[in-house]
Ligand binder design. Structure first.
Ligand SMILES: Cc1cc2nc3c(=O)[nH]c(=O)nc-3n(C[C@H](O)[C@H](O)[C@H](O)COP(=O)(O)OP(=O)(O)OC[C@H]3O[C@@H](n4cnc5c(N)ncnc54)[C@H](O)[C@@H]3O)c2cc1C
Length: 450
């Protein structure tokens, strides 16, 4: 049987379900999908990362006697041709976001498709409440996954060694420029392999639980981008962390974070409309002022921690988790702007952008999703910066104009504006006024009496 191995967001040869289950004659492929690429800007950093990763995958496949045919086309065109060439079956890992589902529906009508849960540890149907409905709260969902507690090692997939590579044109490798992209400088950690990052994380895990919130400390694993594109599987990360000698408390805490990724994938699978609407169904009167949203995007809100986070994000495509929590709370609560706008803005640039985690986290911040932050618990950005960037190391590294400004001014409302040597933008709204405004609006949207 002639089978296609379609690599998409699983760009690895270890722990690969498709490489274990494929039989006989195979054609491994990767498609630079015009439907996706045409929507991205020329300087999208993710394309540079994927490009390098695809070439690396090709090299690794060659080392085990296979190869990778690369296409620059649409999946529909590729598979229509492959059908005419007698291919009977496609193996690939499953994906649940809206575009992926529509694409896979279309392709499976051309050539039958076999999908595997390979980008996540669990399939969303594997963990339901006793009444057969999905969980909406993280802790009971997590507690129900008993294998996390019982096992020290999850079974990993092994590549079938008896495969025959189909002869095909394996030479074609489109240049980035041919696809209308320019090579981008990536953050240093993305020049490292997933194994190197894991090795570095071994030295940091003992302090993970405490240090992970401080954004000038490089205390987290930095694995999200590698997980997103499947350069390492979440099973491999789980096994590696479980096997470390670190204190259980830190290991469990990290694994819990890894399962937030699973949880958001689970939520998107069971509640696909949450990609487009408030999961809890509330109807918020969002602030439609486009200028306010633009100021947030550009990092010109007049609040140093928000401005530093957003400007850093615009330059690098990365943002620390705590900063994501602060800027998303500020946008959806203080500025009362619809989370969908923030979600789309993150999606346009975030190197580790993953639809389910991004949508779930934005709905969490906006108090409209599953297991969200209660609407009345609104971060004060000044208290957050005083706590997690006490010496303003991060803020000053981005906002160079604040380099000589006293910490007290940076961490207090209108502090930088009071500095006569600076011309810093005025705040869009006062923190107390906007906090009260958000609470009143969310009370109304939740039909709660005053
Ligand atoms: C508004 C907002 C948007 C976000 N968008 C994304 C996104 O598009 N893609 C993404 O991978 N993460 C997203 N996150 C979650 C989190 O910020 C990143 O996973 C984390 O910063 C990645 O850094 P790390 O790999 O060093 O994390 P570590 O702390 O080392 O965590 C290990 C892994 O666990 C997973 N993880 C950790 N925290 C979370 C979380 N809160 N939700 C889901 N998974 C988590 C990630 O896969 C991460 O790589 C978002 C968070 C917020 C608040």
């Amino acid at each position: 049987m002639k089978q296609v191995l379609w690599f998409r967001r699983d760009l690895r040869i270890t722990d690969s379900a498709i490489l274990q289950y494929v039989k006989d004659e195979v054609l491994p492929i990767f498609i630079f999908d015009k439907n996706i690429l045409n929507l991205l800007s020329k300087d999208d950093k993710r394309v540079t990362f994927i490009y390098k990763s695809v070439l690396n995958l090709k090299k690794q496949l060659k080392e085990i006697g296979l190869d990778l045919a690369i296409f620059y086309s649409t999946p529909k065109e590729v598979f229509s041709k492959l059908k005419n060439e007698g291919f009977e079956n496609i193996l690939c890992s499953i994906d649940f976001d809206d575009y992926a589902k529509k694409r896979d529906d279309e392709i499976s009508k051309i050539i039958p498709m076999q999908t595997f849960t390979d980008s996540f540890i669990t399939h969303p149907n594997d963990c339901l409440k006793a009444d057969g409905t999905p969980y909406k709260v993280f802790t009971p969902y997590y507690k129900n996954l008993s294998f996390i507690w019982d096992s020290y090692r999850l079974e990993e997939f092994k590549a079938n060694e008896n495969l025959k590579l189909i002869s095909f044109d394996y030479k074609f490798i489109p240049a980035l420029e041919e696809m209308n992209f320019t090579a981008q400088k990536l953050p240093d950690f993305l020049e490292k392999s997933a194994d190197e990052l894991l090795k570095e994380f071994e030295q940091k895990i003992e302090n993970y639980k405490v240090d992970r919130d401080f954004f000038d400390k490089n205390a987290t694993s930095n694995l999200a981008v590698h997980l997103r594109f499947g350069l390492i599987s979440p099973r491999q990360v789980f096994n590696k962390i479980k096997g470390l000698k670190a204190r259980n408390e830190n290991k469990e805490f990290f694994i819990r974070e890894l399962f937030w990724r699973e949880f958001y994938n689970y939520i998107l699978f069971h509640f696909p409309r949450s990609e487009f609407e408030n999961l809890n169904g509330i109807d918020v009167n969002w602030n439609e002022d486009e200028e306010v949203f633009q100021k947030w995007c550009e990092g010109k809100t007049g609040v140093p921690i928000i401005d530093a986070a957003m400007q850093y994000f615009n330059q690098t495509g990365t943002m620390h988790n705590r900063l994501r929590m602060i800027v998303s709370s500020y946008l959806t609560k203080n500025l009362l702007v619809d989370w969908k706008k923030g979600e789309r803005y993150f999606a346009s640039k975030l190197l580790d952008y993953e639809a389910s985690s991004n949508i779930g986290s934005w709905q969490w911040a906006a108090s409209t999703g599953a297991d969200s932050v209660p609407y009345f618990r609104i971060f004060n950005p000044y208290l957050q910066s005083a706590k997690f960037d006490k010496e303003a190391i991060f803020i000053k590294s981005v906002l160079k104009e604040l380099k000589d400004v006293p910490l007290k001014q940076i961490h207090s409302e209108n502090g930088v504006q009071s500095n006569i040597f600076l011309d810093y933008p005025a705040q869009i709204v006062s923190i107390e006024f906007s906090r009260k405004r958000a609470i009143l609006e969310f009370k109304r949207a939740n039909n709660e009496k005053n």
